[in-house]
Design a protein around this ligand. Structure first.
Ligand code: PLP
Length: 421
């Protein structure tokens, strides 16, 4: 009988057959898929002729990596924040068994994700305690259930926000069993409006940051400090997850300032401006945080070891979102020029242009960040998308905005464009 291993298709033959996948997924991912298909052939799980199809299917099994050249820093449809190198490495390490709830020194159980929670506490020393749940919506749900119960949540009518994809914060809160007490009007709400609505049946006052829209003109709402002086706990949903003030985003609330101004609790997303994995952060009054943590619902909202690992690494390092936010416009312009020159040399109609990037659904509506882009004929938009590069179309041109592209991806960008011709 012949050695069955002889029948395993060769890596280079499979690579040639899957050449179109390399542009989409990168050589490394394709090779990984090929090796796993070869293993299955070796194990007799699939016939040799199925190997290429099996590798192709494996590559299609989940979200594919894309290059975000949209100029939208936190793009919800593209999975929000890209993780830092250390956060990716932390994910890889956490994929095995870990000490997530175990004290290696004493051999006993310890608080889940202790190291990550310590890092979060260190990042926001004004918080008495912290807790992490699945996302910001889960953080709000937990507050509604554990603090308000069936009592009132007092909220400005100007802050009854739709987050996206048809999901609305007021519906989330009422579905948890709380009663909403809308106060004020769409454009103006005063401290008096809140004060008049607070009764013995008030669970808490909720202030929600309008993170995806702006109301301009005859509009005003009380400050956090003014609301903190009222006779009810104050929960502030800051949305974006800025932990301390950022000079480029002067109007974006941050956890440190909001807590110093007297908020009882702050809720935020982990995967917007903080630049971490999907998560909901709860920071503030230690007794209240403990109550949230011990509530039965908390168990249904808890994060897995992968989230804790990536969040911890994000908090201890620097995130690509911050890199994008702080990138020097002159550097972006230089990169755009170099890419345009390289592409022109390949016969592509490419030029470097100035552009405007935005933070996106993650916060800071109305803030524009000067940027630089490579401008291509419009037809490239579709062709590039099929190679997992997402730009944007503006005035009949396809723009690849470099503020959201790590410099390491410039050569991949050039390669993808050159494959489109
Ligand atoms: C994004 C956002 C949410 C929802 O956060 P998720 O982490 O996506 O659940 C809630 N409130 C505000 C103000 C937001 O900006």
């Amino acid at each position: 009988m012949s050695d069955p291993r002889r029948q395993v298709p060769r890596t280079d033959a499979l690579l040639a057959e899957l050449a179109d996948e390399v542009g989409l997924h990168g050589q490394r991912a394709v090779k990984t898929a090929i090796h796993s298909a070869q293993q299955q052939v070796r194990a007799g799980a699939i016939p040799p002729a199925r190997a290429a199809a099996e590798a192709r299917a494996a590559l299609r099994a989940g979200p594919r990596p894309v290059i975000n050249a949209t100029g939208v820093l936190v793009h919800t449809n593209l999975g929000r924040a890209p993780l830092s190198g250390p956060a990716r490495e932390a994910l890889r390490l956490a994929a095995g068994t870990t000490d997530v709830e175990f004290d290696l020194a004493t051999g006993t159980r310890r608080r889940r994700g202790q190291d990550t929670l310590d890092a979060l506490r260190a990042a926001v020393p004004d918080a008495g305690d912290v807790h992490v749940v699945n996302n910001n919506a889960a953080a709000l749900l937990l507050c509604a259930v554990a603090i308000a119960g069936s009592r009132d949540i007092v909220i400005s009518r100007g802050e009854l926000v739709e987050i996206g994809d048809g999901f609305r914060i007021p519906d989330l809160l009422t579905s948890a069993g709380a009663r909403l007490r809308g106060v004020g009007t769409t454009n103006r709400t005063t401290v008096r409006d809140y004060a008049d609505a607070i009764t013995g049946d008030t669970g808490f006052v909720l202030k929600v940051h309008p993170s995806n829209f702006q109301v301009t003109g005859f509009a005003s709402t009380p400050s956090v400090a003014e609301l903190a002086a009222l006779r009810a706990p104050l929960v502030v949903d800051i949305g974006s997850g800025l932990l301390s003030p950022h000079p480029a985003l002067p109007d974006e609330p941050d956890a440190r300032t909001v807590l110093r101004d007297g908020a009882t609790l702050v809720t935020a997303s982990g995967d917007k401006l903080l630049g971490g994995p999907q998560a909901g952060l709860l920071l503030g009054d230690a007794r209240l945080v403990e109550r949230l943590r011990r509530h039965p619902i908390a168990r249904a909202l808890r994060v897995d070891k992968l989230t804790l690992a990536a969040l911890g690494a994000t908090l201890r390092g620097r995130s690509p979102v911050v890199d994008a936010l702080e990138a020097d416009t002159a550097d972006l312009t230089r990169r755009a020029q170099e890419i345009a020159v390289a592409l022109s040399g390949l016969g592509v109609d490419a030029e470097a242009v100035s552009s405007m990037a935005v933070v996106g659904g993650g916060g800071a509506p109305g803030v524009e960040l000067p940027s630089a882009a490579v401008s291509l004929p419009e037809r490239y938009a579709v062709a590039l998308r099929l190679r997992a590069v997402v730009g944007r179309v503006e005035h009949g041109r396809c723009l690849l905005d470099l503020r959201t592209v790590p410099a390491d991806d410039d050569s991949a960008l050039i390669e993808a464009v050159s494959q489109c011709t």
